[in-house]
Design a protein around this ligand. Sequence first.
Ligand code: ARG
Length: 588
Amino acid sequence: MTTLVAELSAIAGSAFAAEGLSAGFGQVQPSDRPDLAQFQCNGALAAAKQTRADPRRIAQKIADRLKADPVFARIEIAGPGFINLDVTDAALAVRMGAMAKDATLGAPRSGAGKTAVVDFGGPNVAKPMHVGHLRSAIIGDCLQRLFRANAWTVVSDVHLGDWGLQMGQLIGEIGRRSTAPVYFEAGFEGPYPEESPVTMDDLEEIYPVAAAACKADPGRLEEARRATAELQAGRPGYVALWRHFVEVSESGLRREYASLGIGFDLWNGEASVDPLVGPMIEDLKRRGLAEESDGALVVRVAEPGDKKDMPPLILLKSDGAVLYGTTDLATIVDRVKTCDPDLILYVVDQRQHGHFEQVFRAARKARLNGKAELEHAGFGTMNGADGKPFKTRAGGVMKLYDLIAMTTEEAKKRLAEAGLAKEYPEDERNDIARKVGIAALKFADLSNYRLTDYVFDLARFTRFEGKTGPYLQYAAVRIQSILRKAQAQDMAPAARSILQTPEERALILQLLALPDAMAAAEGKRAPNILCDYAFTLAQIFSRFYSEHHILSEKDAALRAARLGLAGLTLAALTKVLDLLGIEIPQRM
Ligand code: ARG
């Protein structure tokens, strides 16, 4: 299925071609002034510039050709040479009917036959998740949902941070405390205990202590480095202990992501590719791509035209330990081997842009990336009212669990203020509050362009009016209730063009634009395009609803057609909210 805009662009493109001009001038877009026209084509202006002709004359010639096409109800030249276009109600009705029959609502098939690995989440074992990880989870999940909807085969990977210095820090601290001596015994032959010597709470207590000690005391830092290198070299007691850290952390993380409705296909980590590191390094050395530098092994990635300093990617430190970039490079090797992707998309804080540039360059230089495009989709920070990255009132890192509890509480207050869900059973009320809270959080995050920083403002995010998640949930719930009140058999999108008012047309046009929004959001890796789409759709529906009878409409055919329109609006809204990872309560 092609979209209406694409169809109209093709028609206008042929008209330009017939005039001996490039078909590309035929690009049609929704009108900037919906009160004046439905669509516009600005190509005559560009064509005139190129051929030094009069734009209005070109526009006139194009308009004369377009008149032959029955899809247009009105063709008009405006200003210096814009072509304004309206299509017939019959054309709208046919396309709406086709959309309603398509389970995907006309989703673009831009990813057909292609595989994308989406790397997002990226929490670190034993370290608390911070707001950057939350943003990665929310944006990454939206992108994985969108790519899937657009027919990509998606493999999402949480890429746990489980192989870095924090591991040595934890091992060092536990060693000092002597709480699990068997893991440190030199001659111990195993097996090591199955039960973890530490809980998640222990890890959360131990890590900050260990990190602070390493910061204050270079001796402790050296000890942690050594423990990290020994772990990576395979010292059995350390590996056994490390496995417990990962298992304990992972089960907590799985619970946290699940509470946000976020899932991953793979729970790989930096350590998963450890077996690939050695052979990769040998290969790079053999091909002369890796070289010694100050005792370390590096890949040079600077390029002639570089404006900024591009330090080499360090593969091995002088003590033999691998670094973040080493595991990222080996992970590319692994992904190419296991799923031969067309794209690997990293949804990670923009502050890591330099890191990814180094890794990507090294991968391309060594041709490790197969056919995969490597792309970093970065994002800005969520700030507190003070303009600094969001923290708790006590100044600590806000834990996801507490954040959700806090938003649920706020949502509860808002529901009570709005007199919603008042008489429902307690359980249902709590469930609604949780859904509203998460919608508030996710929508606030996704509705800003991802690279823009934004300020965390719970009171604003949870409002039921304005551009918020809760507003959209409520809009969907309202349509659900209209449709429940109607008889199911009343619903049929009009095959004939009986929907003819400005509000009805505006709603149909917005519905038909859904695939365009999905394609644009994919192209720019920009969930905010979906947020804008959903918000506009809800507003247009609300105008339609306040100007027209639906349930009380006497004319049966008109009533059915309007119910059909409401049904399709609900389907589109539900779909977009699902892409945003937002659930709609049954009622509110
Ligand atoms: N664990 C990293 C961090 O907390 C993020 C990992 C992102 N993904 C990657 N392939 N490097 O900063």
